[in-house]
Design a protein around this ligand. Structure first.
Ligand code: GLC
Length: 617
């Protein structure tokens, strides 16, 4: 328990037991009248913000700029009341003991009750990474990760996914998702490639339609605040430039001219601002050596000035701490650069004390604090948080619903890309005798990838999920033989072998790789199965993988399809045609990485935008 909070708690206890007659009245201004203008939904957002801001103490203003992790606050819920915290988040996998939709709603409502007991009763805003459905909560519908959605080239579908996700998020009391990632993934070795809609700005720009899905008519039932992240250039860092942990690319340095930075990485954020996105998350990465969290020209002059972004900028997880010069310098630099809310997220008393000292010393002007708080309050008023602060449990019926799972299955179908089909091995014949192999055929955790029930994700079953093998059995209409790594000749006698290869789940820099080969077991599975039967290789991965000299009749990229593995079977059996197109170039060799259409002599194994259609039977 942070020391400051313990002292605050003792003080509260003391004051509660023996309240000195006049001290309390002197230290905190009186509560505003119930009919204070900021409480009147008939007034404009700007009028309400102006009235409320004028009533706030410095402590209350800084409280609004503070976002704490639920685990840090859970120990002392009073801190929400004491520090008037503006926001609480669940990091990846950070869940209440009762990890059910109802348990989440109870947790968020409990925190909200604390916030509403503060002097001004400003509701807190609860955020979570719902990046491919409400992936922190068991039983949620898990949609394909963004790289697969980019392959669909269907912004209307992606908007519907945003809406469905918003409904499941709303059911749990959460009102803010740290999504979409509008990163433009330029190097397949980056661990966040799968969070990108594509390697060219056109697809992340096109898929900002998900913001409309999340936010809709913000404030209406089932709408949540979206986050355009990570601003700016997170997907363009130079290989080997990261100084974080053992990372190779993630949180590294984007070494580009301003013209190239604007050409490649800015368009999706321009589109997001135009779409009315309520928040933007700053990137951990740097631009030519300066941490984005301290980059005033990009955060303020460009994003808020030139692009006219009127929402608020939230830092990434302890992103402020990465600014060099010591914590006080880091806090002052970040706030003055344009960070409005700080995802501290654990030692928030230290942040509050440090920023308070910086304002009192004049290092951070009150005008900057007022601008940040204005931006935060504006979004809280816009989204109706003051009128509807508690969870809307009417959406619990949508959580993991058949309708949402059908939508996810449609997305899986449209995300598959047919790269090769020699001898028209595809589509498979219903009832065919198949040998199914590979590391990712019978593992929903691997097909869902990172950001699934935990930060990094994990192999194995996922509540409500259907594996690709189960999908093949359902759609193909027969029980199939599954051998992860068949022996030489073991596929002989089968109509075909389907080898589903892939990567274990990962997230962020922990997924950075120096090579992109299949695992030895998957390579053996492909060699042995494809040597003795017509074979289809399906890749379940967050990015293109290198296939070296492996031979196969057919090759399908399934990306990270999420919970609805039957969607893969629908297309393999020809129930639905292949329509997906590559959202990123597929390199021949590691030496080619990075490889883009604008490169001289562009010659990948499969080009950006490539994809075969299903042959007519
Ligand atoms: C992580 C990620 C960011 C995420 C945040 C909260 O470090 O960089 O995308 O939204 O922390 O989990």
């Amino acid at each position: 328990m942070p020391s400051r909070s313990r002292a605050a708690l003792l003080l509260t206890l003391g004051l509660t037991l023996f309240p000195p007659p006049s001290t309390l009245a002197q230290t905190a201004p009186a509560a505003p009248p119930a009919n204070a203008p900021y409480r009147n939904p008939k007034l404009s957002v700007d009028e309400r913000v102006k009235d409320l801001l004028a009533r706030m103490t410095l402590a209350e203003k800084i409280g609004q700029m503070t976002q704490a992790e639920r685990g840090a606050v859970d120990r002392i819920p009073d801190d929400i009341r004491l520090d008037a915290l503006g926001s609480i988040l669940s990091g990846g996998g950070s869940a209440p003991r009762d990890n059910t939709p109802e348990g989440w709603a109870d947790m968020v409502d409990r925190f909200q009750q604390q916030a509403l007991q503060t002097r001004l009763g400003i509701p807190m805003l609860y955020g979570s990474d719902a990046v491919h459905g409400h992936n922190n909560v068991p039983g949620a519908t898990l949609f394909p990760h963004n790289i697969g959605l980019g392959a669909t080239r269907d912004p209307e579908l992606v908007q519907r996914i945003g809406r469905a996700t918003a409904e499941e998020v709303t059911a749990t009391g959460v009102r803010w998702t740290f999504s979409p990632c509008l990163c433009v993934a330029r190097d397949e070795r980056w661990g966040r490639t799968y969070e990108s809609f594509g390697s060219d700005p056109e697809l992340p720009t096109l898929m900002t339609s998900i913001i409309q899905g999340y936010q809709g008519q913000l404030g209406q039932p089932g709408t949540i605040l979206a986050t355009a992240k990570h601003y700016l250039g997170d997907g363009g860092t130079a290989y080997g430039s990261s100084t974080t942990d053992t990372y190779l690319l993630d949180q590294g340095d984007t070494q580009l001219s301003e013209a190239e930075l604007r050409r490649i990485h800015l368009p999706p954020f321009q589109a997001a601002v135009k779409a009315g996105v309520g928040s933007v998350m700053a990137s951990f990465s740097s631009w030519n050596g300066t941490k984005l969290h301290g980059q005033k020209y990009l955060l303020t002059d460009l994003l808020k000035g030139e692009l006219g972004f009127s929402g608020f900028v939230v830092s990434d997880w302890q992103g402020v701490d990465q600014i060099p010069g010591g914590y006080p310098v880091a806090v002052t630099t970040a706030i003055n650069a344009g960070i409005d809310m700080v995802m501290v997220p654990n030692d928030y008393p230290r942040f509050i004390d440090t920023l308070t000292a910086a304002v009192n010393s004049g290092d951070v002007p009150m005008s900057r604090i007022d601008d940040a708080v204005t931006r935060i309050l504006r979004e809280k008023f816009r989204m109706g948080l003051f009128e509807h602060p508690m969870s809307d449990r009417s959406f619990l019926k949508t959580f993991g619903s058949p309708e949402h799972r059908a939508l996810a299955r449609e997305a899986v179908q449209k995300s598959l890309v047919l790269l090769k089909n020699d001898g028209n091995v595809l589509p498979l014949k219903p009832g065919a005798r198949l040998l199914v192999a590979g590391s990712s055929a019978n593992d929903v955790g691997r097909q869902a990838g990172g950001w699934t029930l935990s930060w990094q994700g994990q192999g194995g079953p996922v509540p409500g999920g259907t594996s690709i093998l189960a999908g093949l059995q359902q759609v193909g209409g027969r029980t199939l033989t599954y051998v992860p790594v068949p022996a030489p000749g073991e596929a002989r006698g089968y109509d075909a072998a389907v080898v589903v290869v892939g990567e274990p789940p990962y997230a962020e820099g922990k997924g950075d790789r120096a090579e992109l080969d299949l695992s030895p077991d998957d390579q053996r599975a492909v060699r042995n199965a494809c040597a003795s039967a017509p074979c289809v290789v399906v890749t379940v991965s967050g990015r293109p993988l290198l296939l070296g000299d492996l031979k196969m009749n057919a090759l399908v990229a399934a990306w990270l399809p999420g919970s609805e593995g039957a969607g893969v079977a629908d297309v393999l059996y020809g129930k639905v045609p292949f329509t997906g197109r590559l959202p990123i170039s597929w390199p021949r060799t590691l030496a080619q990485v990075t490889v883009h259409p604008e490169d001289p002599g562009y010659d990948p194994l499969y080009r950006y935008g490539f994809g075969l259609s299903t042959p007519k039977r």
